[in-house]
Design a protein around this ligand. Sequence first.
Ligand code: GLC
Length: 568
Amino acid sequence: MTQTRYSEWWRRSTVYQVYPKSFKDTTGNGTGDIKGLTEKLDYLQELGIDIVWLQPVYVSPQYDNGYDVADYEAINPDFGTMEDFDELVQELHRRGMKLMTDIVVNHTSVEHEWFKQASSGKDNPYRDYYIWKDPGPDGGLPNNWQSKFGGPAWQFDEASGQYFLTLYDKTQADLNWENEKVRRAVNDMMLFWAKKGVDGFRMDVINVISKDQRFPDDDGSVPPGDGRKFYTDGPRVHEFIKAMYDEVFGPYEMVTVGEMSSTTLEHCIRYSSPEEREFSMTFNFHHLKVDYPNGQKWELMPYDFEAMKRLFTQWQTGMQQGGGWNALFFNNHDQPRAISRFTDDKAYRVESAKLLATTLHGMQGTPYVYQGEEIGMPNPIWKGIEEFRDIESLNMYRILQEQGKNPGTAQSILQERSRDNSRTPMQWDDSPNAGFTTGTPWIKVDERYPDINVQKELADPGSILHHYRRLIALRKEHDVFVEGSFIRLDEAHPEVFAYARQAEGAALVVVSNFSGKEITFRFGDKQWAELGERSGQQLLIGNTAEAPVLAQELPLSPYASYMWLIRK
Ligand code: GLC
């Protein structure tokens, strides 16, 4: 392990993810905006954040909250203006912070000019920007692929008698990456933002851009059998990404993260190893599917804790051995809140939030904090179906009932699984609407905001927010966070996740009780011996009043979590 291998600055950084629609509204229209983010940069800087990931603010009909882009180079008026954007970049840079924007190029909105042209006739020069197919031999769909948001992945175009591919919503038409002109246009668009001073990109579902050109039916032999095996980490995906690197990411020294849907470790090593010249790091979602029975998101089950630990271990050790780099996260705008899902967001909300943070931030990778996570926002209390806004959730509400579920059951599934769980407005203070807007918020504010808000967290030195601040600072202070190898220490314990990070001269040890029980955890003799000399130990961070010494037997209160540093 050489120093140069880990020399890039972003390996010590923490990224803060901003869902602009729900962050801070400065106009009173009920929708967050770019100026709202600029207003809060001091808050983020004090937290220790050095990269802000801003989700899509481009012109869009907003069926999928901006992931349906109608113009890649213009700002949606709801979010502000290009001047606001330039000011954001300037204000970030003035503070030594960086901006990562969201690039959504698997698909465009059907309202994008390219699609309008393409659907105006078979001879239009833009026709080949998208994926068109004649009906199948039976006159129906071209194949049996399913949309990720429910229903078939094809939409019929009356005018031409052909279908076009939509792997996500029916208003999100998949771009044809086989067409060189599409690749050229995407690179030009990214160069436009790079020249504006954007420092990095988060690449939306980028591992599905290259489709198997035979477009075969899925025989269902590999679950979930919806066609994904024919486009996930597809035939030319690495070639396409390398071309982006050569023209854009490399020359502008950008920090990039690829969102990888249903991917594999082997592919992520390739996507994120510096010598491959593709991305800086990757998101994968395997550790967040541990409560999907047979991979089914829309069915409920308690999560499989052992599977989660096994997946973290595989990705920690596998990425390190292969030279890849993980983006570390428990939360984002597509996931229910982790404290509600994996811990106890009621009796032990504060302990739970700190436990998840400590467990995640001790690992190798670049941690991501999703807005509200740092103040322990739980899933909101939903009162009725009319409160939901997300297109995927509303589609599934209908489909679940078509499958025979009654409305009550369908709604209770949504309450656990809906992406809206993480999309309610950021809770700044105890004023009306949590200080998010003076108008009517586009989605309801969770009623617990008088207790759970930034103002309160800032004032309390023992708060979740200060815990995050400390973790973010520790990563910058100690090389072992970046360099240490990962060793699992808990031998499939039913309640505890324990691991070490070993580097030359130092080790980290993290022990977390993921249960509401008082327990005593005992390191196995082998694991204890592996830790070696422990005399130079120091508790770096914990979430209880006690500051226990690292010992082979550890009493752990509910959701207790500790991180020690051992200097050797
Ligand atoms: C990604 C985004 C999600 C969006 C989808 C389609 O998964 O995170 O919000 O709906 O891509 O663009």
